[in-house]
Write a protein that binds this ligand. Structure first.
Ligand SMILES: [Zn+2]
Length: 278
């Protein structure tokens, strides 16, 4: 299994990974992460950060660590002004590849963690707020990836409908197995039918207690929606977890042990992420 997992990691991408600098301690910094990924033969990374854009950091990491496609993006939390088209435009101008909707500052995230407030995509009438349309226009123009972050299912449905109507090509549903963004399988399938990719992150399997997802459940959900519509990512970088590329290797081993085929894993780690980035 270990050898097979290592082979699958060659040429793999991790489109959701956390590194320093950050306001919380991270296992590796951008350069360290890129070097580690190269050691495993990986092809590319997208650095995610909840507070600021990462496209500028990625461009420096690319210069230091050659032969790695290191990219960044922006998460639309309060620190960048929330649903702020100016911040999105600048990030994409810097070469950013992914625009994530609000995560830790999403109203859904605040509610699920017992707090008030937070950013909602919808106004009092249940319609998408105005900046969302401007942001989608920028994403479309640049061919960037729209990722759903930590939104609720109601917001996600409204966002995906509008994005599809406007001609946004690349949409990723962010880790629907994670407890804060958990979405029923039937709703996941409905989004897949609209052309949305489903991202599965190993992070949920590393949690302790009732929020943890067993690898069996991860494998089950992958089978249900199908590898053709799935992207695997680590969402690692936490100081107590293994370095993200090693975590990704562990994820592959767990899924191989639960009967997923090598070709399916190659599709989810190599082909689908590559296609969505290019
Ligand atoms: Zn993350």
């Amino acid at each position: 299994m270990v050898e097979a997992a290592k082979e699958i990691l060659e040429g793999a991408y991790d489109l959701h990974v956390h590194s320093a600098p950050d306001v919380v301690e991270r296992r590796l910094d951008d350069i360290g992460l890129a070097r580690e990924a190269r050691k495993w033969g990986m092809a590319g990374l997208v650095i995610k950060n909840h507070i600021f854009e990462t496209a500028s950091r990625a461009s420096i990491a690319r210069r230091v660590v050659e032969d790695m496609k290191i990219h960044g993006g922006i998460v639309l939390n309060y620190t960048v002004g929330g649903l702020n088209p100016h911040a999105v435009e600048a990030c994409l101008e810097l070469g950013g590849k992914v625009v994530w909707m609000p995560t830790i500052d999403a109203r859904n995230h605040k509610t699920k963690t017992g707090r008030r407030g937070g950013i909602s995509l919808l106004n009092e009438k249940g319609r998408l707020r105005e900046p969302v349309g401007q942001i989608l226009e920028l994403i479309k123009k640049r061919g960037a990836v729209l990722a759903t972050g930590h939104l609720s299912l109601v917001e996600i449905r409204a966002l995906v409908s509008e994005a599809k109507a406007m001609g946004v090509q690349k949409i990723v549903l962010t880790h629907p197995e994670f407890w804060i963004t958990r979405i029923p399988i039937e709703a996941q399938k409905e989004l897949v039918r609209k052309g949305v990719f489903i991202e599965r992150c190993y992070y949920s399997c590393t949690l302790k207690g009732q929020n943890r997802i067993a690898p069996e459940e991860l494998a089950h959900q992958i089978r249900e929606v199908g590898p053709a519509a799935t992207i695997l990512a680590s969402d690692l970088g936490q100081k107590d977890n293994p370095p993200p590329p090693e975590g990704l290797k562990n994820m592959v081993e767990e899924l191989l042990q639960r009967g997923l085929k090598k070709q399916a894993l190659v599709t989810m780690l190599r082909n689908n992420p590559r296609d969505i980035l290019d």
